[in-house]
Design a protein around this ligand. Structure first.
Ligand code: GLC
Ligand code: GLC
Length: 812
């Protein structure tokens, strides 16, 4: 396939520059960092929401539409008979110039047509509940230009799920108010909602529309709204049906003249007793105040500078300088950025996650922490408490919770037996980064029930116990509904297409289904737990858990080894999964990753054999597949994994999330060449160079899944952005490849590199210190010979923590 290029990296500005609007798939970005969020594609498609993409959706979006990515914030410019949009869509009028720059929490889209340039900067200012759209119109021609400008947003009736289905009600509830240049959306405000949204522009308007049908026309489309085509707003007032917000502005530009317009999409909450200014009239005080803060170019530019400064500071916490700019740009910019996005959204809202399907995942969010904790530890701390609060007294937990309510999601329930371990994983990462052991004393409830609080440490303990208390016949962990692999549903047994694989357990009484992935995960996290207990002086507890670790290791060696690799699981009946004896799915990646990270049987050569088997059976041009050979038919004892056609998703797709596990296994084993070659295969900057067309999705971030070697089109990516891959790629490169590992007492230096690696420098802020660390690999893959701290050689590989600036030289 011809690999056309659609853009390139601009490292200096930390941007990805898209130069052709017709990307192989919408290439999106995220705006907003805390409460108010937007998704924006390279043609300005997407939507906004407050905190929760399901329950508080501000603007409407239709997924999987025709054409793709239909609906967004659109500016229509009518210049004589030509109607065009700066982002090409929806009119698709050919532009003289198009460019979209996706940056750190902002996007700038520029279009030029017939001597007019329209450039829009989209961002959500820090701490503000609003999306700014600063539109700059410039007349680059020699004539006076008389332009008609129409803005456009379509309101969502708040609950994104019912908005798309409950039309018998929805078509009658819509309400708006119009005041000067602001259009207010107040559907359901009359009853239980205490929030409204608004769309404002900082200039007098010559007309408006708030009713979709009046603006677009029933038989027209976003591409040719009647009001725009005729150059005449209808000044419509929505009553029910589909409320929208469109401003109409007449603009005259002299040759060379430029004008800014600040559009603001805002969200407001009012106290119950302050909802109304008069009967039926909403209290607009807070909207006025918000507008006043962002109603000039100067104010907006200042807010934008603050945002850029915020990202400078965040990214400067960890910066690497190597001779490889493909590595540097991922480590210094895009990987860290994606980690922030996954921390914020978990798996809820992307162009593959509809925002109505899933809340915050227990295991997902814990893993996301590892990519985020160095950025804003205080938010990570809160997240850990929120997650732990959804746990049950026996250590089990809700698989997901809703961000708005922070309550466990009853529709999904619990029973995913890997979940509890991840709480250790996330918490330990937090303490190592911050040195803040006090989090362990926080009182945290069960299932959010007041009065049920115990310390967070107690939650960690019962998490471990949950594994120990749920062992199967081989003394390996029972899998429950599924482990990390949501699709290995060994107790499901479903013949009913209307049943969810995730939530159905048709039989589990008497199950023998055990997971080697959880076994490895347990050993890794329990080792961390033991070290934590020792640190806290809890010797007896450390000893108790060490025994459990030893027993688990024995069980894996005895019942979990297939000769050349680790088994994956035992099924309901106690039969092997992921064994050479199986017809299909002979080897799985997850247990290789976790058992090698746990170093189970390393002395007996198991680790090395397992890693070699990954190379031999799982690796292909685009990464390592999840299992091999792929399943060619539905196996009802296995569940969803076998529901996917070969090479996709959990059935032998390259599930990028788990590649780093094997890479870390390689690093722990000291095999730097192999670690690097696996890593580079799924590193976006490498993929970007070779496969923009084939890969299809955004080339600046990892996607969840790349079609595997058994697929129809190996190398095609899907499910971009929201994936544990972000945090795992970060953890892998920052700590295991480049080798800068936060630890309780300082920073441990332990790189694992390809032998071709040259000298490199990492500047790392850590607690109240900053370190400039230069590593001299000298052709070695692993093994630190000497560390010199501020001119003094030190013993061992941990730089002891002390405040201030330090210079570190490391010789391998
Ligand atoms: C998805 C889920 C994650 C799961 C993975 C493998 O990425 O978000 O929780 O572990 O799929 O099934
Ligand atoms: C499907 C997907 C899996 C995801 C799960 C969660 O099973 O294959 O990746 O984790 O749904 O809803």
């Amino acid at each position: 396939m011809e690999q056309k290029r659609y853009g390139h990296f601009d490292d200096l500005h930390r941007e990805y520059v898209i130069t052709d609007p017709q990307t192989p798939w919408p290439w999106i970005n995220y705006l907003g960092n805390e409460d108010f969020f937007s998704l924006i594609s390279n043609t300005a498609g997407g939507y906004s929401f407050y905190k929760d993409a399901k329950f508080r959706r501000i603007t409407r979006y239709r997924y999987n539409n025709v054409p793709m990515d239909n609906g967004g914030r659109y500016f229509y410019l009518k210049d004589g008979d030509t109607v065009w949009n700066p982002g090409w869509k929806p009119c698709k009028t050919p532009l003289d110039f198009y460019e979209c720059r996706h940056g750190m929490s902002y996007t700038r889209i520029t279009g030029r047509k017939n001597g007019v340039e329209a450039s829009v900067l989209f961002f959500v200012p820090l701490k503000k509940w609003a999306e700014v759209q600063k539109l700059t119109l410039t007349n680059q021609s020699n004539e006076v230009k008389h332009l008609k400008l129409f803005s456009f947003e379509e309101w969502c009736l708040w609950n994104a799920a019912t908005d798309m289905e409950n039309f018998q009600r929805n078509f009658s509830t819509g309400e708006v108010e119009i005041e000067d240049s602001t259009i207010y959306h107040k559907t359901e405000y009359r009853e239980r909602r205490n929030h409204y949204a608004f769309y404002h522009v900082n200039t007098p308007i010559q007309g408006f529309d708030t009713d979709r049908e009046s603006f677009i026309g029933l038989y027209n489309e976003f591409a040719d709204p009647q009001a725009v085509m005729e150059g005449k707003p209808r000044n419509s007032h929505a009553h029910g049906w589909s409320p929208i917000a469109s401003h109409y502005i007449e603009v005259t530009l002299q040759p060379g003249e430029s004008k800014d317009f600040v559009f603001l999409l805002g969200y407001v909450e009012n106290e119950q007793d302050q909802k109304f200014a008069a009967p039926q009239v909403i209290n607009k005080e807070k909207a006025h105040a918000l507008i006043a803060e962002l109603n000039t170019t100067e104010k907006v530019d200042k807010a934008f500078a603050e945002l850029c400064d915020y990202w400078d500071k965040l990214l400067n916490i960890y910066q690497v300088k190597t001779a490889n700019d493909k590595l540097d740009r991922m480590v210094n910019i895009w990987n860290q950025y994606q980690c922030m996005v996954t921390f914020n959204f978990s798996r809820s809202a992307s162009f593959f996650e509809s925002g109505i399907g899933r809340g915050m995942g227990f295991r997902d969010s814990n893993q996301d922490l590892v990519g985020f904790v160095h950025q804003i530890p205080s938010r990570a701390r809160q997240r850990i408490i929120d997650i732990a609060s959804t746990q049950f007294p026996d250590g089990g937990c809700y698989h997901q919770y809703q961000p708005l309510t922070k309550r466990g999601n009853n529709d999904i329930g619990g029973g995913f037996n890997d979940d509890p371990c991840w709480l250790i994983f996330g918490t330990v990462a937090y303490i190592k980064e911050t040195g803040d052991f006090s989090i362990l004393d926080e009182m945290v409830p069960f299932d959010n029930q007041p009065g049920s609080e115990v310390t967070l440490f107690e939650h960690l303990k019962i998490s471990m116990d949950h594994v120990i208390n749920n062992l199967g016949p081989h003394m390996l962990p029972l899998i429950g509904r599924a482990d990390w692999n949501d699709c290995l549903n060994l107790n499901c047994f479903s013949w009913d297409p209307n049943e969810s694989f995730q939530t159905t357990e048709n039989v589990s009484e008497g199950t023998k289904a055990e997971s080697l992935m959880i076994a490895g995960l347990f050993v890794v996290t329990a080792k961390d737990y033991v070290a934590l207990c020792q640190k806290m002086g809890k010797a007896a507890e450390a000893e108790r858990m060490q025994k459990a670790i030893d027993a688990m290791i024995e069980a894996v060696k005895k019942h979990g080894w297939d000769g050349e690799w680790y088994l994956r699981a035992y099924d309901f009946y106690g039969r092997k999964i992921g064994s050479n004896e199986c017809d299909e799915g002979k080897i799985f990646i997850e247990s290789q990753g976790w058992c090698t990270m746990a170093e189970i049987g390393a002395d007996d050569g198991m680790v090395a054999k397992s890693l070699d088997s990954c190379k031999k059976y799982l690796e292909c041009e685009h990464g390592m597949v999840l299992n091999n050979p792929a399943f060619t038919k539905y196996i009802y004892e296995y569940g969803e994994i076998s529901s996917y056609p070969e090479g996709y998703k959990e059935n032998a797709g390259i599930f990028c999330h788990n590649n780093p596990w094997v890479i870390i296994g390689e690093c722990i084993a000291g095999r730097g060449n192999d670690a690097w070659s696996h890593y580079a295969k799924i590193l976006p900057s490498y993929v970007e160079e070779k496969y923009q067309t084939l890969h299809k999705v955004e080339p600046y971030v990892n996607c969840q899944m790349v079609a595997g070697k058994d697929a129809f089109r190996p190398g095609e990516g899907k499910n971009s952005w929201l994936t544990g891959t972000a945090a795992w790629m970060w953890y892998t490169v920052s700590e295991f490849i480049l080798g800068i590992k936060p630890d309780y007492d300082g920073i441990r230096i332990d790189p694992c590199l390809p032998e071709t690696a040259g000298d490199y420098t990492v500047s790392r802020k850590f607690r109240e210190a900053d370190y400039d660390i230069t590593i001299h690999p000298n052709g070695s893959q692993k093994g630190v010979k000497q560390i010199v701290l501020d001119g003094q050689a030190i013993d061992g590989t941990v730089i002891p923590y002390s405040k201030g600036h330090h210079v570190v030289e490391v010789t391998m």
